[in-house]
Design a protein. Sequence first.
Length: 326
Amino acid sequence: MTKALPIDTQNSLKLLLQQNTPYSQIMKQLPNVSKGTISNYKQKLFKVVKPTHPGRTPKVTKNTQQYIANTSQNVSMTNDGVKKMLRRKGFKARRKVKTNMISKDNQKLRLAWAKAHRHLSISDWRKWIFSDETRVNMWGSDGVSYYWSDKPGTMQPHQITPKVQNNGGGVMFWGCITSEGPGYGTTILEGTIDSLEYVKILDTSLLDTLEYYGKKPADVRFQQDKASPHRSVVTNHWFNENGFSAERVLDSPAQSPDLNPIEHVWTELKRRLDSYPTRPTAKEELATRISDEWNKFTKDNCLAYIDSMPKRIKAVIRPKGGSAPF
């Protein structure tokens, strides 16, 4: 039988326990009292109830445990039932964000590129010219259209959207934006943009843009993606001949539209083209519309896109080169 502690020791122990003194400190002050004895006296003096399942609180709630049990037993649950339950729990349905697919290799390159440029300020980015090409379809983008009617089953012209194979064709458009406003653009009616065509664009649209805004190649940094025509021998020769040194021309990493603010310009440009009440009847008409809408972009529009670069850089670094919400 365990020998009882002396009365004075019991009183000292009780006082120390009431003061929430750690066991280690109690054992120093009462060297003849073991940890087990302290625990026993605490149980006796304060009627401490031992937990039936000691340990940290489980993360899986009882409701979740029941759901797991039901699932394992093939207890069916309708989609509507799941939706109602989620709404009661405060969940809301939100549209998924579309992002570009990024390979692991390109993810590493994107992260390295973002880290190498994270020191640049907004004023630094305003010295850049951002360029890109985009395809514009004759029949615009696919989407859901709506109409008003009080008579179901009719097929009036305004109630239908004709389908055209391959979107009726389209054109390629090259453009660039600067901190002063949009640059000159070039529309290619037929074919694609190869190295020779790209050099023609640089020789006209890019140089005309610099002249219009009173800039020289040494005043700016020119951004382009890693498309083959952009990195060809012919293109590199043109840059060297026209005063664009290697450090003045920068290729952004592949699969990185979120690192080029001109992508937002394309989205807005196509939205404006889709808002026309009629479709273009020829590529020349589409080219005219593109030119009209392109020239409506302002300096403030371009600055809003360019000034977002520091945020874009941080957004790419955060997921370690993964997709950014831009």
